[in-house]
Design a protein around this ligand. Structure first.
Ligand SMILES: NC(=O)c1ccc[n+]([C@@H]2O[C@H](COP(=O)([O-])OP(=O)(O)OC[C@H]3O[C@@H](n4cnc5c(N)ncnc54)[C@H](O)[C@@H]3O)[C@@H](O)[C@H]2O)c1
Length: 361
């Protein structure tokens, strides 16, 4: 098909990009696993640090790490707790990372009523231990997960990052807000470019079994009733995990600049970029809230089974609605949410029937 001269033409030399190392905490978890998969596919070496806590079925966490190890020899798992300073320090210094993405945490609003201590330990002490290491050996960018729960009972939607959010309604939210403040202090004192993400109700394959999508799917398939809080009068900005990890990947390459390196008036009006530190927080959400009852209708349609609905009062610590403004994320990275809820729920139900059913919800 090609002439001989074309075949003899020298192959242009491949441009070589140095491989960046990301130290990710929480890679055996729902979001960390999906992020590691995505970053491996985008040419990163990953050191994945996770303590395999027993908050939910540890088999699921082991299966996620096994899948990452099978998919790439650039994935290097390390098992350890954030509270174990020696183990964390050895893993961090061995990795000598370019980027840190801190996702390991005690998650979940409802469990924080039962076991608040675990939130203080993982989210406050654990984050502090990691921050201390970044001070000793600075990454190019430190990124960490906060949560939409920091908006507490704000009713002024969509939630913008510049809104006041100093009225947390659970210890979970309070610890997440505390990590925003602690990382700000370190960014200021030690000049570590830092970005925090406020995630909005994440769903998708390998979702945590304690979250509504798994619980509802499991109960509907079993013919058991589902508990619907606040009589269904709730809205959530459900965000597919692929959108979340793309948002993180795009933000990795937009580290906040030091205050004295900014050229003129580059701070956007909607930006949380600190005036005294290379630090900002950014919402990552779909920006399209969905009524809880519509969400349940969608699961029923995919399963072809009607749910037995058990209407309940509002749970303490829970919020009425969440709705992300994603203007800042768009402005910084060009991000648009790409996955429609109906496609995401269809994909989840197929995944759950094949794989998810093996793990205890
Ligand atoms: N899933 C969501 O909808 C959502 C929403 C907002 C914020 N977030 C935040 O995103 C992050 C990831 O959440 P997820 O849904 O993947 O949760 P997850 O529970 O699936 O993952 C967290 C991982 O961290 C590990 N871990 C917990 N405490 C640890 C400790 N002290 N030391 C070492 N490892 C520890 C766990 O073993 C787990 O694998 C968390 O910070 C969470 O607060 C999640």
């Amino acid at each position: 098909m090609f002439g001989f001269d074309v075949m003899l033409r020298p192959i242009p030399e491949m441009k070589k990009f140095p491989m960046r190392t990301a130290f990710i905490t929480g890679t055996a978890g729902f979001i960390g696993f999906n992020l590691a998969k995505d970053l491996l596919a985008h040419g990163f070496k990953i050191v994945g640090y996770d303590g395999f806590t027993d908050y939910y079925d540890v088999k699921m966490k082991r299966a996620r790490h096994a899948e990452l190890q099978a998919s790439s020899n650039h994935f290097h798992p390390v098992e350890g707790m954030l509270e174990d300073v020696d183990a964390l320090s050895a893993a961090y210094h061995d990795a000598n990372p370019d980027i840190v993405v801190h996702l390991a945490a005690q998650a979940g609003v409802r469990y924080s009523l039962e076991n608040p201590q675990s939130y203080v330990s993982s989210n406050i002490i654990g984050t502090f231990n990691l921050m201390e290491l970044t001070r000793q050996s600075k990454p190019d960018h430190f990124l960490f997960s906060s949560s939409s729960s920091v908006y507490g009972g704000n009713e002024d939607v969509p939630f913008t990052e510049i809104q006041r959010c100093d009225s947390p309604m659970s210890i979970y939210a309070a610890t997440k807000k505390a990590t925003e403040e602690m990382t700000h202090a370190y960014a200021h004192l030690h000049h570590i470019p830092t970005t925090g993400f406020r995630f909005f109700t994440v769903y998708g394959p390998w979702i945590r079994p304690d979250l509504a999508l798994t619980k509802f799917t499991k109960a509907i398939l079993a013919g058991d009733p589902i508990d619907i809080y606040n009589n269904g009068d709730m809205e959530r900005d459900f965000t597919h995990v692929n959108d979340i990890v793309r948002g993180i990947r795009l933000l990795i390459d937009v580290p906040p600049k030091m205050p004295d390196e900014r050229d003129g008036d580059t701070v956007l009006e909607i930006d949380t970029l600190s005036r005294v530190a290379p630090h900002r927080v950014v919402n990552i959400g779909a920006g399209q809230p969905v009524r809880l009852l519509d969400f349940i209708d969608r699961i029923e349609q995919e399963l072809g089974i009607e749910a037995k609905r058990n209407y309940m009062p509002m749970q303490p610590g829970d919020v009425h609605r969440t709705h992300a403004s994603i203007d800042l994320l768009k402005e910084l990275t060009g991000f648009e949410s790409q996955i429609k809820l109906e496609d995401g729920v269809r994909e989840f139900v197929a995944w759950y029937k094949k794989h998810g059913v093996a793990y205890n919800g």
